[in-house]
Write a protein that binds this ligand. Structure first.
Ligand SMILES: Cc1cc2nc3c(=O)[nH]c(=O)nc-3n(C[C@H](O)[C@H](O)[C@H](O)COP(=O)(O)OP(=O)(O)OC[C@H]3O[C@@H](n4cnc5c(N)ncnc54)[C@H](O)[C@@H]3O)c2cc1C
Ligand SMILES: NC(=O)c1ccc[n+]([C@@H]2O[C@H](COP(=O)([O-])OP(=O)(O)OC[C@H]3O[C@@H](n4cnc5c(N)ncnc54)[C@H](O)[C@@H]3O)[C@@H](O)[C@H]2O)c1
Length: 488
């Protein structure tokens, strides 16, 4: 037990992706910074998030490709790679990444990395679990999020209830899994495990997979993935009971017995136990910090010198957003300290929103989501039936929807279901962020036969839709307004 007091300009709580970005930003600006973490180190992304999930999806793609090429009843030669070996390899890739991240955090923070659990005891002080105290002028809370595990399920199922935290530390690939929740994690892990030969069935409360907002993409994705693995969507009543050898899940007509129930029901910010009220943070009725309303997009908790970043902040729980928010939170904190000690704080801004579910075909949404579009937005649609490359891939289920502002033709966003859609999603997000217009995008080259041609077709559809709706009016490239002449 130590009762020493450590002084800093900025104390970062959490050494994950957001915390590391916050720490290095504040350190580079010349501030005295410390970073506190109770462990395990290595980041959620690398340990139990983005990286193991994508490594398992990659393994699953390899195995399922092989399976699809075998004729029924054929036997693989002795010594062939097994799904268990692919699972072990995927986890080994994760272990290497985690070891690299742990080395990186030690190199980055050295003696300014304080191991222990932090909680506020005063406006300017946090106490660590070993009794040390950190007094700082600003705090960045980057404590991440945790999987929601309903207490009733925990009581009923015991260790047969797992989340991805436990899944990615199972040395043996499970024989069978029931997946509850069909958001990003439920869908990615459901298809990955099923493709690795695990007996999987999934049930979700929502009527669509991966929370897709665009109804046409949602319909295409839900139909496609329902053919890939047994699933019940839109089930308000999902019952799971403990049975001999595991669990039994019942959702409407779907019944599944499995070794484990994988709960993929969302994630909640890790803010409990931090005693944020003692730091002067205002809490709402739910006990969540109130964000400073005076500064739109701010990460500052109202009335305090506490800033949130990453999964512990409101907004999307994504890795690139966590890193970005860590940087932004550090910049906001230094500006709030405002004593001119850090003359150059680089300007960073929020980027166009983007989410990609690596379900192969990928589901992606960029920019303004369908449910937030202005009522008169122009929408262009292309499906796999109208795309040369999709025909080659035998993927009529592909769909790309692009949205633009009617008065200017400026791209607002897009939603898609497409193999390799992660790349299309980036190009679309870049175009939205750069303020590209339909006509501007149509002047770019599209190689044949590529999935990028789907953009060309969707853009032409937008132009045509607008022409039909507006009685011969299309958008002019130069004035960037919809004008009365031109080709379609
Ligand atoms: C299965 C899964 C798949 C995912 N896939 C993707 C993907 O493909 N792409 C993507 O962009 N995102 C993905 N995500 C989301 C992504 O992993 C997270 O958004 C990101 O890792 C969050 O980073 P963070 O820095 O906010 O939190 P973390 O990396 O969790 O860091 C928080 C740190 O705070 C520490 N901590 C917490 N409380 C305290 C305390 N009181 N005192 C001291 N230390 C504390 C923890 O030990 C931890 O080190 C996935 C998530 C999951 C679960
Ligand atoms: N590729 C990626 O970028 C990626 C991959 C995985 C996770 N993530 C991040 O992790 C976050 C958490 O993922 P997630 O899938 O756990 O959460 P989520 O919020 O994306 O989806 C949760 C799903 O569970 C359903 N659900 C909630 N309670 C339920 C209940 N009681 N019964 C049945 N269904 C229920 C919801 O309807 C929803 O569809 C994501 O929001 C995302 O930010 C990202």
């Amino acid at each position: 037990m130590s009762s020493s007091i450590i002084h800093a300009d900025v104390a970062v709580i959490g050494a994950g992706t957001a915390g590391m970005h916050a720490f290095s930003t504040a350190r580079r600006a010349g501030a005295k910074v410390v970073m506190i973490d109770h462990g395990p180190l290595g980041t959620t992304c690398a340990r139990v998030g983005c990286m193991p999930s994508k490594a398992v999806l990659h393994a699953a793609k390899r195995w399922s490709t092989l399976q699809a090429l075998l004729s029924p009843g054929s036997v693989l030669p002795a010594g062939h790679t097994t799904p268990q070996q692919l699972w072990t390899q995927a986890l080994a890739i994760r272990d290497e990444l985690v070891a690299g991240n742990v080395r990186q955090v030690h190199q980055l923070a050295a003696e300014d990395l304080l191991r222990g659990s932090a909680r506020f005891v005063a406006q300017d002080t946090v106490a660590l679990s070993d009794g040390r105290r950190v007094q700082a002028r600003a705090f960045i809370v980057a404590t991440g999020s945790a999987a929601i595990k309903p207490a009733a399920l925990q009581t009923a199922l015991g260790d047969a209830l797992i989340t991805t935290d436990e899944l990615f530390y199972l040395p043996e690939l499970p024989r069978s899994v029931a997946v509850m929740g069909l958001g990003a994690i439920g869908l990615e892990m459901g298809v990955a495990l099923q493709r690795l030969g695990v007996d999987v069935a999934a049930a979700g409360r929502s009527a669509v997979v991966a929370k897709v907002a665009d109804p046409e993409v949602a319909q295409a994705a839900s139909t496609y993935f329902a053919q890939q693995l047994p699933m019940a969507l839109g089930e308000k009543q999902i019952t799971v009971t403990r049975v001999e050898g595991g669990v039994r899940m019942q959702a409407g007509k779907l019944e599944h017995r499995a070794q484990y129930l994988l709960a993929a029901l969302g994630r909640a910010p890790c803010l409990q136990g931090l005693e944020m009220a003692l730091a002067g943070v205002q809490l709402d009725d739910q006990g969540s910090p109130v964000i400073d309303a005076a500064q739109p997009g701010s990460l500052r908790c109202a009335g305090s010198m506490v800033f949130l970043a990453g999964d512990s902040a409101p907004g999307p729980a994504l890795m690139h957003e966590a890193g970005h928010e860590g940087t932004l939170a550090a910049q906001e904190a230094l500006r709030a300290l405002g004593d001119g000690d850090w003359p150059h704080i680089a300007e960073r801004h929020r980027t166009t929103s983007m989410s990609i579910v690596f379900s192969d075909p990928d589901i992606a949404e960029v920019g303004t989501r369908f449910d937030r579009l202005p009522a008169d937005a122009v929408i262009g649609t292309v499906t796999g039936k109208g795309s040369g490359r999709s025909k080659i891939m035998q993927a009529p289920h592909h769909v790309l929807r692009m949205y633009a502002e009617r008065s200017t033709g400026r791209l607002l966003g897009a939603s898609l279901l497409c193999e390799g859609g992660e790349h299309l999603a980036h190009q679309l997000a870049w175009a939205v962020q750069r303020g590209e217009t339909v006509e501007g995008m149509l002047q770019l080259p599209y190689y044949h036969p590529t999935v990028e041609e789907m953009m060309d077709t969707a853009l032409r559809d937008m132009r045509r839709t607008c022409k039909v709706r507006n009685g011969g009016v299309i958008m002019d490239a130069h004035s960037k307004r919809w004008e009365g002449t031109g080709d379609a």
